[in-house]
Design a protein around this ligand. Structure first.
Ligand code: FE2
Length: 346
């Protein structure tokens, strides 16, 4: 169902207020040729109403001829900013950037954030953004999970499907997403609600089983059959199974980069309004499917880059795979049990 322009303006006003955007702040809306014009237009009006000094910065899309899909999460890290020092200077000089083109994982994004600019990604369909408006309760839940993850030394994950995974934590910072860029230098994504961390280099070990029906991103498909991943010293070393395993392997191989097989962030979803079923009801190109990444109790693991956490692994292949029905523990204390959140309490 579509969202009206007035409703989207009201929502933007609320979210910008929660992001502490104030009169006189420099707010830049970053756009590309495939930005959603309704999102851009509504944000512009809301920011102007607040009294922010609003600029629109348009950059050309890149790597269309290299990527295997139109989804920007299918080929990450390289953006037009790499060659455009004038645009980079504009974003660095902004107090707040609304990203409707998706800079995620680019080194330029890290530079912009280090300067104190806050950034909010907004690329999901407007009705999904409104269904999952950021809330202070969601933020509190994510920050409570951050505290638990911050002090943890070991994460273990098991499932009846056969997952038996462990990794050490401590080398990299915790990643929190609650839909608000409300602190200096903070990046976030509206909508989002999960917590994650990059495991210590080389520490991931065990087996992860992607069961039939689990979601695989950026393919935006439900696994058709079981995939068994063998993980040794931080890397996926075997991918066994049928069609779905073959598909995954072929995609990862196509990047010709051993680092594509590194384990990346691991964590769990904390959004009760997100749904495992949403992906099946949408056209695959309509959004990133934050429902899939954030639905409450999923174990979200990923592969590929760690530049976002301050690491050196800059590889354009990034998979996000949220598993259902897993039990995730930190230092032996249960965070989820068979896909249900127990910590922090919902
Ligand atoms: Fe990811």
């Amino acid at each position: 169902m579509a969202i009206s322009d007035p409703d989207l303006v009201i929502a933007w006003k609320q979210v910008l207020d929660m992001c502490k955007v104030t009169a006189g702040e420099q707010l830049t809306i970053l756009t590309s040729d495939d930005s959603n014009p309704q999102i851009v237009g509504a944000c512009r009006i809301a920011a102007t109403q607040i009294g922010a000094v609003v600029s629109l910065l348009n950059l050309p899309p890149m790597n269309g001829e290299k990527a295997l899909s139109r989804d920007k999460s299918g080929y990450v890290g390289k953006t037009a900013l790499a060659f455009n020092s004038a645009a980079l200077a504009c974003l660095k000089a902004s107090d707040m950037v609304i990203d409707t083109m998706q800079l995620l994982f680019s080194p330029e994004q890290e530079q912009i954030l280090r300067g104190g600019t806050r950034m909010l990604l907004a690329v999901e369909p407007p009705e999904v953004m409104l269904r999952m408006m950021p809330t202070m309760e969601g933020k509190a839940r994510v920050l409570a999970a951050e505290k638990l993850l911050e002090k943890a030394k070991v994460m273990t994950v098991t499932s009846k499907a056969g997952t038996d995974f462990r990794c050490a934590l401590g080398q990299y910072p915790v990643l929190t997403q609650y839909g608000l860029a409300d602190e200096k230098g903070r990046w976030d994504h509206w909508p989002s609600c999960f917590v994650a961390r990059w495991p210590d280099e080389g520490s991931c070990e065990g087996t992860i089983v992607i069961d039939e029906g689990d979601i695989m991103l950026p393919f935006k498909m439900y696994a058709r059959d079981r995939v068994v991943l063998t993980i040794e010293k931080g890397f996926v070393t075997r991918i066994d199974g049928g069609f779905t395993a073959d598909y995954m392997k072929e995609f990862m191989d196509s990047f010709n980069a051993p680092e594509a097989y590194a384990m990346a962030h691991v964590g769990w979803g904390l959004e009760p309004r997100a749904s495992w079923t949403q992906l099946g009801l949408y056209d695959r190109e309509s959004g990133l499917s934050m429902d899939s990444r954030t639905f409450a109790g999923n174990f979200l693991f990923s592969t590929g880059p760690n530049t976002e956490a301050g690491g050196k692994r800059d590889v354009p292949c990034h998979l996000d795979i949220p598993l259902r029905k897993c039990s995730l523990s930190l230092d032996g204390e249960a965070m989820t049990v068979e896909g249900k959140v127990v910590q922090p309490p919902m």
